[in-house]
Write a protein that binds this ligand. Structure first.
Ligand SMILES: C[S@@+](CC[C@H](N)C(=O)[O-])C[C@H]1O[C@@H](n2cnc3c(N)ncnc32)[C@H](O)[C@@H]1O
Length: 286
């Protein structure tokens, strides 16, 4: 398959060709998908032809969106401008054998995080009680319940009512009603209802998960468990601050935090990365 840049040769000035993105997200399936592209502003006059060529490369793409600005607000949404095709509303996305229905313009979803979801899901042991905070349309919760069918329960908390509605539908689509419990609400209020229940807590909100560490530690069983914590930080001091925040919150709840693994998930901005911390939480008293 030719690259987008190759396809655009001759239609764009040579000096702009090098600004054409080498990759973009495709969300959906063979029956219908959308493409989401990050585009340099100098390409603005050519956005229509770029969208056309993306649809030529990927025949299943019905709509091409350009990212406008960054993610904002509590729901972590970004403005998307339709630059080709027609509004399609929702699509059915498949990753690692499960289905996710969603509308990219109304909920957070990143297909690039599929590998990270699998990495976390692969750690879950039979019989565990798992809490996924900031659950979106359910990809972490569904990945976990698919990969570890003997999980006791996965509680998935989400505040955006549209994302929650998709999560309920996605749980049904993947026949996981027995395992995944979607909850609509604020982690601040909903998580404490599961005090001392969890073996594992997942916190996939790099912007601000640290403000909910108190709720996470309230949820752990007395003996502790494992925390998957996400955080952004600069490359000059990558993992220090994130782990320190976890360590201090653990201490306040009478736990000890042992860092199992810390890794870069993806670049976020120049010299800033999204980081994942896997932390074993031990009880100090037991
Ligand atoms: C970065 S997205 C991650 C979504 C999902 N886990 C995924 O990987 O696709 C964070 C999600 O947390 C939700 N959220 C933000 N603050 C919240 C809160 N206080 N309680 C519950 N959900 C929250 C947002 O609406 C958004 O869907």
């Amino acid at each position: 398959m030719p690259s987008l840049r190759e396809l655009l040769k001759g239609t764009l000035p040579e000096d702009l060709l090098r600004l054409v993105p080498s990759s973009f997200d495709i969300i959906g399936s063979r029956e219908g998908a959308v493409a989401v592209v990050e585009m340099h502003e100098a390409l603005e006059p050519y956005k229509g032809i770029i969208a056309e060529k993306i649809m030529e490369l990927h025949k299943n793409v019905r709509a091409v969106y350009r990212k406008v600005g960054g993610r904002e607000g509590e729901y972590r949404l970004r403005e998307l401008e339709l630059i080709g095709g027609e509004e399609v509303g929702e699509v059915l996305h498949r990753e690692h054998g499960y289905l996710l229905k969603l509308d990219v313009t109304r909920v957070y979803f990143s297909p690039r995080e599929a590998t990270e979801r699998q990495r976390v899901a692969s750690k879950v042991q039979p019989g565990e009680f798992v809490i996924v905070m900031f659950a979106g349309v359910g990809p972490f919760a569904i990945a976990i319940a698919r990969r570890q069918p003997l999980v006791e329960k996965v509680i998935a908390i989400e505040i955006n009512p549209i994302a929650y509605r998709y999560m309920v539908e996605n749980v049904r689509l993947n026949k996981l009603e027995e395992k995944v419990v979607p909850i609509l609400g604020d982690v601040r209020e909903e998580a404490p209802k599961f005090a001392e229940k969890a073996d594992r807590v997942v916190m996939p909100l790099p912007k601000g998960a640290y403000m909910y560490l108190h709720e996470a530690f309230t949820c752990f069983k007395k003996k502790g468990g494992v925390l998957h914590f996400y955080f952004w930080d600069r490359e000059d001091d990558l993992f220090k601050r994130g782990f320190e925040l976890v360590r201090r919150a653990a201490e306040e709840h009478g736990f000890e935090a042992e860092l199992l693994e810390a890794r870069i998930v993806s670049p976020y901005a120049p010299r800033v990365y999204k980081l994942a911390f896997d932390v074993k939480v031990h009880s100090k008293s037991l």
